[in-house]
Design a protein around this ligand. Structure first.
Ligand SMILES: Nc1ncnc2c1ncn2[C@@H]1O[C@H](COP(=O)(O)OP(=O)(O)OP(=O)(O)O)[C@@H](O)[C@H]1O
Ligand SMILES: [Mg+2]
Length: 257
């Protein structure tokens, strides 16, 4: 796990590589009493409310329109607050392009993960599910980055995996790539009970939001709501969490936001 590490390093493509190289900041584990951790618990409650009208949510996919909007930070902290509530939770790193889960939870990056399972019919689920230091929280890391992520995620073996894992966990949360960039998230949206979209107030422009609506409709995604991740409140040069995180949860059409 990585706490209180220095802020964003940026890769050649201009995207933040902080969570890939140092792990997502697990404020909910490090500082459960911090107001930000409280915001994550509120997010959990709001997702539970959304589930009332839809039936039980056992599989939850978190995506965003564009890169670096906070998906990995949200998924890992959300997984923790569900586990802290006593639910048996599995976090699956289905971002096979910019994976973070292994490093976030201090696991060996080379440990067998999702791509090993999907690419090898002899692999057992138990070979790729890893315990974390946290009670009630297991993870499936991404495994080696494959040439064909969307194909692997859309495979029948992936569908079978999800079905089997559902019988072993109360909740499975998927971290996936941004859906305006590649099709990986869209491919998985049809396999889950609920989809929540992270929206970064400062970054996600109107055009991206309109395209978001179109894609969610085409994918027939079971959208529960939008998670507003306010990175603008982050203090420049700050090395800790501070109060720079802001999370909110909303429903419905992004056009009205
Ligand atoms: N609310 C926030 N306040 C401050 N910093 C944040 C917040 N949310 C995310 N960050 C930072 O923004 C960067 C990107 O976050 P993260 O890696 O979680 O996004 P992502 O959507 O998973 O990115 P990718 O598209 O690469 O998968 C990281 O450096 C993270 O620490
Ligand atoms: Mg990510």
């Amino acid at each position: 796990m990585s706490f209180f590490k220095k802020q964003s390093s940026v890769g050649k493509d201009g995207l933040s590589v902080e969570t890939m190289t140092k792990g997502a900041r697990l404020i909910t584990a490090a500082e459960p009493k911090n107001p930000v951790s409280e915001q994550f618990r509120t997010l959990r409650t709001n997702i539970e409310f959304a589930a009332v009208s839809r039936g039980e949510i056992k599989t939850l996919l978190i995506s965003s329109a564009l890169p670096s909007e906070g998906k990995s930070t949200v998924t890992s902290n959300l997984a923790i607050v569900y586990a802290q509530q006593g639910k048996k939770v599995l976090l699956v790193d289905a971002d096979l392009r910019r994976p973070t889960v292994a490093v976030t939870f201090g696991l060996n990056r080379n440990s067998a993960g999702l791509t090993n399972y999907l690419g090898d019919n002899h692999k057992e689920i138990s070979d790729v599910v890893h315990r974390t230091a946290m009670d009630n929280l297991d993870v499936v890391t991404s495994g080696p980055i494959p040439p064909n992520p969307a194909e692997l995620l859309g495979s029948g073996r992936m569908t079978e995996l999800v079905t089997q894992l559902k019988s072993q966990y109360d909740l499975i949360i998927f971290d996936v790539p941004p859906f305006l960039m590649v099709t990986d998230a869209q491919v998985l949206m049809s396999k889950v009970d609920g989809v929540a979209i992270v929206v970064n107030g400062g970054k996600t422009n109107k055009g991206a939001l309109q395209r978001t609506n179109e894609i969610l409709k085409i994918a027939e995604a079971p959208v529960l709501g939008f998670i507003y991740n306010d990175q603008s409140r982050r203090k420049k040069g700050s090395s800790g969490y501070g109060y720079g995180y802001g999370y909110g949860y909303g429903y419905g059409d992004t056009k009205s936001k």
